[in-house]
Design a protein around this ligand. Structure first.
Ligand SMILES: Nc1ncnc2c1ncn2[C@@H]1O[C@H](COP(=O)(O)OP(=O)(O)OP(=O)(O)O)[C@@H](O)[C@H]1O
Length: 639
């Protein structure tokens, strides 16, 4: 090959050599003329020199524009030796390029680069937003931060899956996960276990589960329980009502039991396990569940385990009295816990298990600083679990900074609606809402939950229903704790048929067998809608959710989110949502380019992060409160 190429290459090289020699000669002649003329050169004034230079550049630019505008090199100004490839047999080399002005180079580069599309520009903007949102401090204890302690190994509990599960091949494990639609992310993930008995639960726990109608684990429990029992840090994401509470409560009970059997707690000691909740109602509910299982263990001859409820609205003295006896588990809202820790009425010296329930609400709701403060009281490594029905990127990044080699267990898209809920969306005029609500209450048997955005509306609806003879109660953040508890108890035990509430009741509260959720208005964020309707259709039962929409009063972005959520859940989409101007094509292009569908901040499917209503609301609140630009707005006193 090389031999054949040689003869043809030689003449070209010879030709170029001749060309170069001629050019060198010309150059040196020009140089000579310049130096010869230099002594008696005529003086040219600066202004004239500038004009001449300008003319020369113009000529150059014109020629290059002609050259650049055509792919055909012959179309360029043939009179210009450097720009016409036809007239110059010289290849384009450094010598030629040196003669080009920077302007020319820039113009050529611009031309060569593909034009950035609108989608590219928006993706760039999104990346910028995410960079700011994710610029959060790591969720670590102060001591860990101060000593730069980095835990790299997970905690060990001594729990092992039965041998036949350990012997399962990775393909067999994956087949179980695929059947249950479980998606995992992490190293050395324990095998999924499809019954409670094989999870080595004490018989009395199994009996209590059965008595509550809990016979087989749900998908999040099938994978989540082995992960938590093995001591691994975990991010649990599953739709509302899928049984997340047991995934963190049962392992905590077993850890507390193990600790008590090894060395009983003495006065003032504990807790061993801690659960943080974003609302008092949720904390109370989790505490009740723990109390029931502790009672079952005690009846079966196991040592007494003491769970404690730490939240605002409860006499702190009562709480300190319980702490004095020694506490095994504490279920807390962040504010009150922080208070007790600072007053040294409680400590986390032996705490080794931490669960952040409804973690998104906690970080979003403005409790990030409280959480960080609470973490500074941990004295040693802990097992950390985070649970949520929605998990936007911000929370995921936050979790990754706090967890050691975590395993993410995902059942369904984070932020997707529960498929057991029949979603009905109706256009209702503002003035017709109360009457229509009355009509809606006939749709199903009680109990019915009615949600409204603000406290004034909750009071008005409650009053209206009482006048109409409906057995209704109401809760919102301005009501006394005692009144809130009484209302929830009456609704739970069936004395009252309807509970009217702000979003306070939408997050994590488990009311048995709610038949119907009515959204008197559309919440400002799609995540809240998902949480609200998730109060029905729990654990395999079917429920109905009716949402009143008034397009004039609802932000279009949230309507688009709703439209896409309904489509995803294969629900009927009303014509007024179908008629919305939907930038679908641009969205699809961006989803294809970034690999992310919808908004990375709130999980809405109808918009991108650049139009996120949640982020916009947070930023407005932050501006008002003069807070960190990307901080959050707080719970508005709902705690
Ligand atoms: N394996 C199971 N089988 C049947 N029912 C179950 C099972 N696990 C939990 N439940 C019941 O399902 C209901 C919902 O469970 P839970 O409150 O834990 O859901 P969740 O996922 O935490 O929901 P949310 O996100 O709304 O807080 C509870 O009444 C619980 O007792």
């Amino acid at each position: 090959m090389e031999a054949a190429a040689q003869p043809s290459a030689a003449p070209i090289r010879r030709y170029r050599r001749a060309e170069l020699d001629e050019e060198e000669e010309n150059k040196s002649r020009a140089l000579l003329t310049e130096s010869e003329d230099a002594d008696d050169a005529e003086y040219i004034p600066v202004a004239k020199r500038r004009r001449l230079e300008e003319q020369r550049l113009r000529k150059l630019l014109k020629a290059s524009a002609g050259n650049l505008s055509s792919d055909d090199p012959g179309s360029a100004d043939p009179s210009h030796p450097t720009l016409s490839r036809e007239t110059s047999p010289m290849p384009e080399g450094p010598a030629t390029r040196n003669k080009e002005s920077l302007l020319l180079v820039a113009a050529r580069n611009r031309k060569e680069q593909p034009e950035a599309t609108e989608a590219d520009k928006q993706l760039e903007e999104e990346a910028d937003i995410m960079k700011h949102v994710l610029q959060k401090q790591a969720l670590k204890a102060v001591k860990e931060l101060a000593q730069d302690t980095v835990y790299t190994k997970s905690m060990t509990t001594g729990w092992k899956p039965p041998l036949r599960y350990r012997r399962m091949t990775e393909d067999e494990r994956q087949a179980v996960r695929d059947t249950c639609r479980i998606v995992i992310d992490g190293h050395n993930v324990p095998p999924p276990i499809t019954n409670f008995k094989d999870m080595k639960m004490p018989p009395c726990i199994l009996r209590t589960l059965e008595a509550k109608g809990i016979k087989k684990p749900t998908p999040i429990q099938i994978q989540g329980l082995p992960v938590a029992l093995a001591g691994r840090d975990m991010i649990g994401i599953a739709f509302t009502g899928s049984g997340k509470t047991l995934v963190f409560c049962l392992p905590m009970l077993l850890i507390a039991l193990q600790e008590e059997m090894r060395m009983p707690l003495i006065r003032g000691e504990g807790p061993v396990g801690l659960v943080l909740c974003p609302s008092r109602e949720l904390a109370r509910q989790t505490h009740e569940i723990l109390t029931a299982y502790c009672g079952a263990l005690r009846l079966d001859g196991y040592p007494e385990l003491r769970p404690m409820l730490v939240m605002g609205g409860v006499d702190p003295k009562l709480q300190t009295d319980i702490i004095r006896q020694g506490v095994h588990m504490a279920v807390c809202t962040p504010g009150r816990l922080k208070d007790l820790l600072h007053k040294k009425r409680m400590n986390l010296d032996i705490c080794r298990y931490l669960c952040l329930d409804e973690a998104d609400r906690m970080v979003d709701g403005g409790f990030e600083e409280e959480m960080r403060d609470v973490l500074s009281f941990f004295k040693s490594q802990r097992q950390t679990l985070m649970f949520s029905a929605t998990m936007p990127a911000k929370i995921k990044a936050f979790a990754e900074s706090a967890l050691v080699d975590p395993i993410e267990v995902n059942v369904g898209r984070a932020g997707a609606a529960n498929l057991d809920v029949i979603q009905e969306v109706e256009y209702v005029k503002e003035e017709a809402k109360l009457d229509y609500l009355l009509e809606c209450l006939q749709k199903t048997a009680p109990p019915v939950l009615v949600f409204a955005e603000n406290k004034k509306d909750v009071d008005a609806i409650h009053e209206f229903l009482l006048v109409k003879g409906v057995e209704a109660v109401a809760i919102h953040g301005d009501k006394e704790q005692e009144e809130r508890e009484k209302s929830i108890d009456e609704f739970k035990d069936g004395t009252k048929d309807v509970l009217v509430a702000t979003d306070i009741a939408s997050k994590g509260l488990d009311f048995a067998d709610i038949k119907h959720v009515v959204n008197y208005d559309m919440p400002d964020e799609i995540e809240n809608y998902v949480h609200r309707i998730g109060r029905t259709g729990r654990c395999g039962k079917t429920g109905v959710a009716t949402t009143f929409i008034n397009t004039r009063h609802t932000n279009e972005t949230i309507l688009l989110d709703l439209k896409h959520l309904l489509k995803e859940a294969k629900q009927r989409v009303p014509h007024f949502l179908l008629a919305l101007d939907d930038p679908l094509e641009a969205m699809e292009e961006m989803a294809a380019k970034s690999g992310v569908k919808g908004c990375t901040i709130c999980g809405g499917l109808g918009h991108r992060a650049t139009q996120c209503p949640k982020l916009q609301a947070e930023n407005r609140a932050a501006t008002r409160a003069n807070k960190d630009y990307f901080g959050s707005g707080g719970f508005g006193g709902e705690m």
